[in-house]
Ligand binder design. Structure first.
Ligand code: COA
Length: 148
């Protein structure tokens, strides 16, 4: 993730504040809550002009590997297809982030391609560019999956 390193407490505070401030029409942002504690977030960026969207997500490390993110993102995709006039939900990850693209595959998304050297350097690794893998699921694919 292109986050500041070390990730100081103030960055978390800014992240939470921004999550409240972003527009619900263009970037709905959800907290993932387990036993009354926030353990992660799911955001979906709506491009109304293109009728598409992009979902992003993260969950606290101690909850990795339990399938929780798939469950949370599925709930947000289901909500977004109902709330917005969109034809597709996409997602992207650093190609090396297998954990993330496995979430996309378990959601029923299809791999659409790898864009090489796509992301610019970030604060953690100022000298590297990153290959990004793109996935997506169309409205009709989501609906036929739900009917299975
Ligand atoms: C990517 C992320 C959201 C996955 O969430 P999750 O709830 O752990 O997802 P799952 O439990 O479905 O596991 C996904 C895959 O990661 C694997 N995995 C889980 N924890 C792992 C670990 N510590 N090391 C290696 N693989 C791991 C799982 O085995 C699974 O693969 P499989 O389906 O082939 O068995 C989570 O790792 C995360 O928040 N990472 C940091 C933020 C991030 O990368 N967000 C995505 C940016 S595009």
């Amino acid at each position: 993730m292109p986050l500041p390193s070390p990730y100081e407490y103030k960055y978390a505070e800014i992240h939470v504040a921004m999550s409240f401030l972003v527009s619900w029409d263009t970037l709905p942002t959800f907290a993932v809550v387990l036993d009354d504690r926030v353990i992660g977030t799911v955001q979906i960026r709506i491009a109304a002009d293109k009728m598409t969207s992009d979902v992003g997500y993260s969950i606290a490390r101690r909850h990795w590997g339990k399938g929780l993110m798939v469950e949370a993102v599925a709930a947000v995709i289901e909500w977004a297809f109902g709330a917005f006039d969109i034809v597709k939900v996409g997602a992207q990850a650093d190609f090396r982030n297998r954990q993330s693209w496995r979430v996309m595959e378990k959601l029923g998304m299809k791999r659409e391609g790898i864009l090489r050297s796509q992301e610019p350097p970030n604060p953690v690794n100022p000298n590297e560019r990153v290959d990004m893998v793109h996935y997506g699921i169309l409205r009709e694919e989501w609906e036929s999956k739900a009917g299975e």
